[in-house]
Design a protein around this ligand. Structure first.
Ligand code: SAM
Length: 224
């Protein structure tokens, strides 16, 4: 069985009893970064061996993990934070396991986008999640333009290195609309901020972006 196990997005206490039970009982834990996951496993005295499964070894490591699963081993898949498979390499091993008839199940728990959505002031009933905006400006502007007319709440993951450029591009495509960000959720410096694009850009001049961000916004009816 492949267990897709959600882990904390910052606060180590955000782990379910079932997640801990699963991490302790499986034969192997496949994680993005063994050093990172070891902080969690050490904290909860999980003795299961860890193996890395990340963006740059996923093609070679996938078949190895599949072989173990086919031999009857139980593997837990975790990511650095949150729910594996959401904007991280987890989805490749999930697909490989499914395509090869391996039974899979999910042990639900934290997920950065859901956490941010409920903290924002945006309608949470209908939303679209677009992962990370493309790193290249041309592709980013194209993606943003494709969202014109979108009625649902829009959610993006964002890095501190790119958030200013993304906000500038949002300004270029949609003007000075309102947005919210959730930063460092569940951690000591958790922050939710809402305002126009120009307000947020001004804010970042005084407080350079640090940590992990989720952007949540809605296109105003006047622009649709
Ligand atoms: N699979 C994870 C999930 O959805 O739960 C997300 C993995 S993705 C590689 C990492 C991104 O998630 C970060 O760049 C950031 O945008 C978001 N993120 C993760 N933890 C966060 C936190 N504590 N606060 C805000 N955003 C976070």
């Amino acid at each position: 069985m492949l267990y897709i196990v959600s882990t904390p997005i910052g606060n180590l206490k955000d782990i379910t009893l079932r997640a801990l039970e699963t991490l302790k009982s499986v034969d192997l834990i496949a994680c993005e970064d063994t050093r990172h996951t070891r902080i969690l496993t050490n904290h909860y005295q999980v003795q299961t061996p860890l193996t890395s499964y990340y963006e740059h070894n996923k093609l070679s490591k996938g078949p190895y993990l599949l072989r173990l699963l086919k031999e009857g081993k139980d593997i837990a898949l975790v990511s650095d934070a949150g729910t594996p498979g959401i904007s991280d390499p987890g989805y490749c091993i999930i697909k490989l396991a499914k395509d090869n008839g391996v039974p899979i199940t999910a042990v639900p728990g934290p997920c950065a986008l859901i956490n941010a959505l409920v903290l924002s002031n945006s309608a949470a009933g209908k939303f679209i999640f677009e992962g990370f905006l493309p790193p290249k400006q041309q592709a980013r502007l194209k993606k943003l333009n494709s969202l014109k007319g979108e009625e649902r709440t829009i959610i993006f993951y964002e890095s501190p290195h790119r958030i200013i450029r993304s906000l500038e591009d949002i300004f270029e495509v949609f003007g000075d609309i309102k947005l919210a960000y959730v930063r460092e959720a569940t951690k000591k410096f958790e922050e939710t901020k809402e305002g126009t694009v120009s307000f947020l850009l001004e804010h970042f001049k005084k407080h350079p972006p640090r940590g992990e961000f989720v952007l949540i916004w809605q296109i105003p009816a006047s622009l649709k």
